[in-house]
Design a protein around this ligand. Structure first.
Ligand code: PLP
Length: 216
């Protein structure tokens, strides 16, 4: 199956208000352009270095999403163009994003990454720290917190995934009542996006199911 067919199939099979981020990490310009020429504009990367090279070489109307762990000292490289940073997991990082937003004279949209998986390797904020982080960021004029992001455990156990996605949806709903600007819930990848959507995901980040398996 081709990249174009994969992408079109996925879009047809999900509700039209769920946004697909095509995660193009390790993939070539050529592969990305195949998706681009279908009219798709939202692409995700997880490494700053790769993201800035692709941004400079590919069409400038692509909306680039930073989905991977972001180091504070690298925010400056993506601040001029990034569309949405999905992976904010500390006040320190948020502060730096604000600083770079001011420097670039743009308001940077971010999601707070919440730790929902049992696995210790997954980054993210503990759910009980969300409210305080949001509170502390009120003075950050160049940051817009648009919602939450989460990565579930890499397991086949549907009950486990129900628990993790359900927990994130619960946090999202709770915050939304207090902070109406929260409208994005980024959860779901190739192996679990359908289940994430049943739990209220508004944004799915899909790589392999569009571009094929990664070799690196
Ligand atoms: C790689 C990646 C994805 C996409 O994963 P696939 O399994 O290829 O769909 C989604 N989110 C993040 C944060 C990623 O790093």
């Amino acid at each position: 199956m081709s990249i174009v067919e994969n992408l079109n199939r996925i879009k047809k099979s999900i509700p039209s208000d769920v946004k697909v981020i095509a995660v193009s990490k390790t993939k070539t310009f050529e592969d990305i352009l195949k998706a681009y020429h279908t009219g798709h504009r939202d692409f995700g990367e997880n490494k700053v270095q790769e993201l800035i090279i692709k941004q400079s070489q590919l069409p400038h109307d692509i909306r680039w999403h930073m989905v991977g762990h972001l180091q504070t000292n690298k925010v400056k490289y993506i601040a001029p163009f990034v569309s949405l940073i999905h992976s904010v997991d500390s006040l320190r990082l948020l502060k730096e994003i604000n600083k770079q937003g001011i420097k670039n004279n743009r308001k940077l949209s971010v999601l707070l990454q919440v730790k929902i998986a049992l696995e210790v390797t997954k980054f993210g904020i503990n759910p009980h720290q969300l409210e305080s982080l949001i509170h502390k960021s009120h003075s950050f004029e160049a940051v817009k917190i648009e919602g939450l992001m989460g990565m579930a455990s890499f397991v086949d156990d549907k009950n486990q995934l129900d628990k993790e996605f359900g927990a994130l949806k619960y946090q999202f709903s709770k915050l939304k009542t207090k902070h109406p600007s929260m409208k994005v819930l980024s959860m779901g990848m190739t192996q679990d996006y359908q289940q994430a959507i049943t739990h209220g995901s508004t944004m799915v980040r899909i790589g392999r199911k569009i571009f094929g398996e990664r070799s690196t």
